[in-house]
Structures are given as C-alpha cells and as structure tokens.
Design a protein around this ligand. Structure first.
Ligand code: PRX
Length: 655
C-alpha cells in the first residue's frame, strides 16, 4: 500500500473515538463474559484449545495437542475423528435430532428445512453414491454449485468418507474451474444444471462441460437438478449422472470414516500475489476445533438461535460459518440462494423477519450497498429478532459500521468485526461480544489463544499508536498446513518474511489501548466486494488476449465495493484502441476468471511506468487512479510516462 494512502487511512481511523460497551442485557446472557479467558488462554494456549476439543466427539483421543516445528504444525496428534460425525451423528442422540440444521430459501421463494436427522440421511445417501462412483478416502471431489442444501450435503458426504472436497465458487468461469480441478486432480465433479440469480439462471452445467473438456482426471460428474432447464440430453453418457438418480436407491446409513486429526478435510483455492491461485490445505481436527470454538464464543451461539452467514460457500466464510461451525455446534444455519435485491431491495430483511434470524454475519460491501439504498428497506420489516451482527472480509469504514449497528441492529446488537483469511480457517481477531468494548472500524483484539502482533520491516513490534504489518506469532488449530502441491510456496509466502512468524499480508495499526485496526493488503491482493483477487491473475487474463502486449492491474478505492479493478493496458503494435476493444478486454477477463474480476476501467497507454530494471510500478498507477499526488518517481526509467498517464486519466475521469 502506498505510504501516504496508509497514513490517510490511519488518520481517518484515528479520528474515530466512539465506543460501544456491551449492552448489559447482552452481557447477562453471554456465553463468555469473564475477561479472564484471555489470560487463561495465553498462559497455556494448548490447554485452551484442548478444552474446546473435548466438547467434540473423538473416536480416539489425541496423544499430543500440538507438534510445532515452524512452519509445520500438527494439532491433536494421534487423535481420530470425523467432521461429518461431529456435525450430524453427535446431535442425533439429543433433542437436536429433529431440530432444523439447515433452513434454505431459494431465490424464487421456495423453502426447504432439513433437520439434523434429515441432513444425516441425505449425507449418508450421497456418501454412498460417491462410493458407488468410485470415490474413496483421499480422492479429491470438486464442487461447483449454487447455494443450495446439496452443496452442504456434498461437503459433509466427502468429509464422511474422507475424500477432501474442493469447492469452486459458482461465479468463477469455466477456465478458472478447469485450472482448479486440474491442480487438485479431482476425480469427481458435483455441479447443478444452474442456480437462480436475480431472476435468471446461472449456467453452471454449461461452464462445467466446457471445463471438463480439459480435465483428464475427472471420471464422473454429478448434476443436481435445481433450475430444471436441462433435459437428459444435457448429460454426457458414461460420465454424467443426475444427483437424484444416484441417491435414490442408496442405503440410508454410511459409516463415518475415522480420520486422523491431520488428514485433509478440504482444499480451497484463493488468490495470492502471483497469477496462479493456490490451494490452501485444511485438515480435520484442528480446523473443526477452531471453527467450533469461534462460532460458539464470537457469535454467542445459543441452542434456539437462527444463524445466518450470508457468504457463499464458494468462499472460506461459507465453509466455516455456514457449514462446519454452526453444524458442529448443533445450530440452525440459514442459507439463501440469491441476491439481496431480488425481487426487491428488502429481500434480506424479509428473510430476517420470516425466519426470525438472531445472528447475521455479512460483508462490509453488502452493508455499504444497503446504506446507499436507504433505511426504508430494513424499516419495512420487523427485525427485532436480531441480537448480534457480524462483518468480515475487508475493513469496515466506521460510517458503515455505525449505520449497520443502528439501521439493522436497532442500536441494541453488538457488531463483531471479525478478521481472518482463507489461510487461517477461522476467525482470529474479533471482539467477544459479552466482553469487548467496541470501536467502529476496529476488529479489536486477538481471539483468546491467538498471538497477533503489528511489526515493522525488521519484525519488531511497533509501539502503540503506530502502523506496520500484521503477523501471527503462534500456530493456531485451523491454520492451513500447506499449499496443495507446492510446499515451497507455503514457506515462502507465509513464513519467510519474518522467520518462524506467519505473515498475513495485511497492514494494521495498534492504538494506544491495544485495539487492532486493519488497513488492507500490503501485497498485490485486492478485495473487490470482499472477493479476493490478485492483480497478477487479472494481468495474465488480459495479456492472454491477442491484442494486448502488456497489462498492469490495480485496486482503486470504491465507495461500495471497497476496491474496484482498474487496468492499464499496452496494445500490440498496429492495434488501435477503441471502446469496442475496451469492452472486449473486459469480457475477456470475465471469460478467464469470472464476473467478479471485470475491470471497471481500462486505460490504454503506449507505455507503463517501470523501474530501470523493468518492474512495473503499480504504486504509481494506484496514485494515478486515485487522483493523488504521485509518490516517489525517482526510480522510474522514464518519468514522463506517469505524467502523461496522470493527465489522461484525469481527463477521462472528468469526461
Ligand atoms: O485483507 C484481509 C481481509 O481479507 C483478507 C482475507 O481474504 P480471504 O482469504 O478472502 O478471506 C476473507 C474471509 C475470511 C485478509 O487478509 N479481511 C478479512 N476480514 C477482515 C479483513 N480486513 C479487515 N477487516 C476484517 N474484518
């Protein structure tokens, strides 16, 4: 991040002095209200996590809580358990047997409620179906699906038989899906004919077919009939099978495979600072303990709650807080298929009212959209059931935080701003709502047992009131264990900048009272509407186009999306720029990655600003896009390039 931008963010945040102590009525009923939890956990973090682990079901108890040889962590060594067993079977002998595990609302308004027993049965049937297709322990299964119960069923079925799943967000393109399937070398793909989105159909099967033309490891493809717009002729004989036909004659029971605590539970691809997405590897025991404990304490989860995490399961937030965290706790988790503005801009609030949602967990970008649409939409509904709100995915500006607290939470609900990453598996920095005095815009403090620090270039803790890099000094149970197929990248990316310490890639500041304020990424990762993208991925997509010689992509501040993609493009000789070409290039990025990566702006330029050694100076491009005073240009090979770009960008922005 450019230094003056960082300074500006710090200054704005420093002006934020409002504080929100936990409301007494909330404290009274809170799961955790004794601040001693922090001290206890810090004294003996392993013991702290072990106590949480004891609340789960183990086929065999662990011999050792943690085996740590930086950067390799093993948690609950020697323990055996099954995630699906913990999310399902464990509850069946209790009053939760007939409790709603999943409440689903489709975009067209259809509803489905699956009790724990229902979910158990469906998971067993699908697990048996997967076995019939030849899936065994250790085989990877790719899931490319809409937000429907079958996605959770498929994940749990994989977990049940010990087949790691790799979910690819349904908004990714065929090319992106293909690359992720091939990297994981998956054996089976589970998809759907389509999903409902803003009244239309997302063509998942069509994209899957395109991807599978170049996925030699895929043997079978299971297709859920969701939209019903495809007939049997859409199935490729020998390869494709309808979900409903696969499960119809399967036995209702399927034994849960006792897994080693360190066996892989799932892969999840995320963008890093190169063009190639990385498959984060999450394992069984530590991950489950981490999501279980954080769900229970941060969301103050109660038996009777309806918990709604609005994230798509294609992202880690959906893995941990739509599926595994709530289900491990025996909670009721709500899933909604569609967009917030269909058929009208009050859809979410209608859902909150209809199901009496108690806990709502969403992203700042959504909150900023609602804020722009106006309070009239939430005001149409009775949202008095809400008692806790959460945010995740990007820094939340204090204005949006305060609006969320008031307009959605009626001023009575604590807001937990939770910081974590695909890599961390579960929340690591967050308030505990019965204890923490909140400051809008701050994720407040590290979760008990987590050692977060803000350090300078040399890895030294910065004094209170200053900024630096956010690092984690101790391993935690849900952390990624490696990058699939690329252990060296794991070491280089996270553990080399400061040896033995996990580097998050985020800038942060700690204030005089020890509160942590996140300032955004310091690398080439950008967050567009909370979705993680790498500038290099977008650049590779652009240079893949036959007209493009060179490209540089950056994230530019955006009022609703947080960041928007802006690309600077140099065309090949004799190619003329035109509005049509600009549109084609945007479309090309959508085709290569998905609609989330579509650049807002493309600026054609004869040259890109480079150092004398040929490195593109993205920092200066960001200054240009943001309309700021240019930072240090002394290392540029040709300072004239940025001056002319700056002038042109300014002119185009005005036009
Ligand atoms: O920059 C941080 C930002 O999101 C990044 C992780 O992105 P992803 O792996 O997609 O996971 C998002 C959901 C867990 C982080 O490096 N981020 C996440 N939560 C916050 C945040 N930035 C500020 N405040 C947060 N609460």
């Amino acid at each position: 991040m450019a230094q003056h931008q960082e300074q500006h963010t710090i200054d704005v945040l420093l002006e934020e002095t409002r504080k929100y102590p936990p409301p007494p009525a909330f404290v009274q009923q809170a799961n955790v209200k004794d601040p001693a939890i922090y001290e206890e956990a810090n004294r003996d973090p392993e013991q702290f996590w072990a106590r949480a682990a004891e609340e789960l079901h183990w086929f065999k108890r662990w011999d050792k809580v943690l085996e740590w040889q930086a950067p390799s962590a093993q948690w609950f060594v020697g323990g055996k358990l099954n995630v699906a067993y913990n999310c399902l079977d464990r509850h069946l002998a209790t009053a939760r047997k007939n409790k709603a595990a999943l409440i689903f609302e489709g975009e067209p308004g259809d509803e489905r409620v699956l009790t724990y027993q229902d979910l158990h049965r469906e998971v067993c049937r699908f697990a048996n179906g997967l076995k019939q297709l030849g899936v065994g322990k250790g085989d990877r299964v790719n899931l490319y699906m809409p937000m429907i119960p079958e996605l959770v069923i498929a994940m749990l079925a994989c977990a049940r038989i010990g087949a790691p799943h790799s979910v690819v967000f349904g908004g990714f393109s065929a090319d992106a899906l293909r690359d992720r399937i091939n990297d994981a070398q998956a054996k089976v793909l589970v998809t759907a004919d389509g999903g409902w989105r803003r009244g239309g159909i997302t063509q998942l099967k069509r994209a899957a077919d395109e991807a599978l033309r170049q996925c030699p490891t895929i043997e079978k493809c299971v297709v859920v009939k969701r939209t019903g717009h495809l007939g049997n002729d859409a199935l490729q004989p020998g390869r494709d099978v309808w979900w409903h036909e696969l499960v119809q004659s399967q036995p209702l029971e399927c034994p849960a495979e006792p897994m080693e605590a360190e066996d892989v539970l799932y892969l999840l691809y995320t963008s890093g600072s190169t063009g190639k997405p990385k498959g984060t590897v999450h394992t069984t025991g530590g991950y489950l303990v981490g999501v279980y404990a954080t769900t229970k304490w941060i969301f103050d989860l109660k038996e009777e709650d309806t918990f709604w995490c609005t994230a798509d399961i294609g992202w880690v937030t959906g893995h941990s807080y739509v599926a595994y965290g709530p289900l491990a706790n025996g909670a009721t988790s709500l899933m909604y298929e569609g967009t917030p503005d269909y058929p009208q801009r009050d859809r979410w609030w209608a859902i909150v009212e209809k199901y009496r949602v108690n806990i709502l967990y969403t992203a700042p970008t959504a909150i900023r959209s609602f804020m722009r649409w106006g309070e009239e939409y939430p005001m149409r509904h009775d949202m008095s059931s809400l008692r806790l709100l959460g945010t995740v995915g990007e820094p939340i500006n204090p204005e949006a935080w305060v609006w969320y607290h008031k307009a959605i939470g009626g001023g009575r609900c604590p807001v937990v701003d939770t910081w974590w990453q695909t890599e961390t598996g579960h929340i690591l920095i967050s308030p505990l709502p019965g204890i923490t005095e909140l400051k809008p815009g701050s994720a407040t403090f590290a979760f008990p047992g987590i050692d977060a620090d803000v350090v300078d270039d040399q890895g030294r803790s910065v004094p209170p009131g200053s900024g630096g890099y956010l690092v984690l000094r101790r391993p935690w149970p849900g952390m990624l264990r490696t990058i699939y197929g690329d252990p060296q990248r794991y070491v280089n990316q996270y553990w080399s900048r400061f040896p033995g310490v996990y580097f998050t890639g985020d800038g942060a500041k700690r204030d005089e009272e020890g509160y942590i304020w996140l300032l955004g990424r310091v690398d080439d990762v950008i967050k567009v509407s909370g979705h993680r993208l790498s500038t290099m991925e977008i650049e590779s997509a652009l240079v893949d186009h036959p007209s493009v010689a060179e490209a540089a992509a950056i994230g530019k501040g955006h009022q609703v999306k947080g960041e928007a993609v802006v690309a600077f493009v140099t065309l090949k000789e004799h190619i003329q720029s035109s509005p049509l070409l600009e549109e084609n290039l945007k479309q090309h990025v959508v085709h290569k990655i998905g609609a989330i990566a579509r650049p807002d702006d493309i600026l054609f330029t004869a040259e890109l600003p480079k150092t004398r050694s040929g490195k593109i100076m993205r920092r200066l491009l960001r200054d240009i896009a943001e309309g700021r005073v240019l930072g240090d240009t002394t290392t540029l090979a040709d300072p004239g390039v940025v001056q002319s770009l700056k002038q042109r960008y300014g002119e185009e922005a005005e036009a």
